[in-house]
Design a protein around this ligand. Sequence first.
Ligand SMILES: *Cc1c(COP(=O)(O)O)cnc(C)c1O
Length: 247
Amino acid sequence: MEIDAITIQANIRLVQERIAQACLAAGRPLDSVRLLLATKTVSAERIRVALEAGCTLIAENKLQELKAKYADLQDLAPDHHFIGHLQSNKIKELLRYELTCLQSLDRLEVAQKLNQRLLAAGKSLDVLIQINSSDEESKFGVHPQEAEALLRGVAILPALRIKGLMTIGLFSADTERVRACFQRMRDLQQELMALAIPNVELQELSMGMSGDLEIAIAEGATIVRVGTAVFGARMYPDSYYWNEAIG
Ligand SMILES: *Cc1c(COP(=O)(O)O)cnc(C)c1O
């Protein structure tokens, strides 16, 4: 059974409260963390409930889902990010939609193609570099040791503006190992900032999801990406979205 509107509204309040508590505990201002709703598998009707309840930032993992829901939500003018693995041959189509940020950039080849397309259209795009902070082969993202090279390659592309880093943390009940991933992200952010590469801003750290957003906020997240805690459990395993072989 699909989740009802009342439950979505109540869930949003709970998540907002969790974010507020985590900010308080970390001594951070409440407005230093944005809530992004990860809307994969969720119908436009249910996303609408969340937007009407005050959420403004949403993101899909797959172009087909963006395509299927985009027009239905246009009247609410949500801020659309994209958080899925992007294949080169989908870039042209993705750019038909008004995105404010691509959070999942992890390959120079894709960045170069994006840049060409954007320049041709007279547009530009904010991007985050996706980092594989957990060393799990099944996850996308550039390895931390390769981040500097990618950053330098992307920094010279005039249509892309690097705004920060994104990661999917380790899934583990061992919170200290999860925390270590997020600390690694913050350390990497500091190291990369210290390089002072022209045209690179790195203030955004997109990390933390339904299960670990408190830890991520404690470690400096500026965007938390939440799906399950608002919309309930999904039918498909996340490997469908996160694993190249299946996705
Ligand atoms: C699904 C997804 C999320 C949200 O995950 P939940 O555990 O459902 O909160 C966050 N980031 C990415 C990239 C996702 O695909």
